[in-house]
Design a protein around this ligand. Sequence first.
Ligand SMILES: [Zn+2]
Ligand SMILES: [Zn+2]
Length: 176
Amino acid sequence: MIIDLTNILSHMDTTENVECTLENDRFQLGTDAYSILDKKPFTLNLVNVMGQKLLVNGETEIQLTVPCDRCLEDVTISVPVKIDYEFRFSEEQIVPAEDEEYSFLSEDYRELSVDAMVHDEILVNWPDKVLCRDDCKGICPVCGQNLNKKDCGCDRVVLDPRMAKFQDIFKEFKEV
Ligand SMILES: [Zn+2]
Ligand SMILES: [Zn+2]
């Protein structure tokens, strides 16, 4: 969804509450794309402060389907989105701060993409780890069986050769 900022930027000390809905059904992260499940509308609050500053505020939560890091089963995660920006503007055009590039602003700095803004926020709040449950057993590296569902009985003890050497030394000690 695109918000045209011309109106709010040209009316000093006014407020606009814009009802936003996302257009994207997926969240793209590198080469992976995750389904966005819940696209409930949320409100973006735009405030023109003394014809100099534009405040953009809003809050929502995005639900996505992401595979578990260990077993790859789909997990529904909820990512908080908190939008809180303060832009300077002049002549009805946002003036980006030095060294700042906003992926969600149009080239003429008069339009704002809600989807791109939310995308940035999801990225910032992306969880380090996604697990279907804390004690997820993962998949068997030998046969690929989901070990939460059943144990396949494979021999999964693969000894590092360096570890094997230690085991020998340990055995010798015991024999003495
Ligand atoms: Zn899992
Ligand atoms: Zn197995």
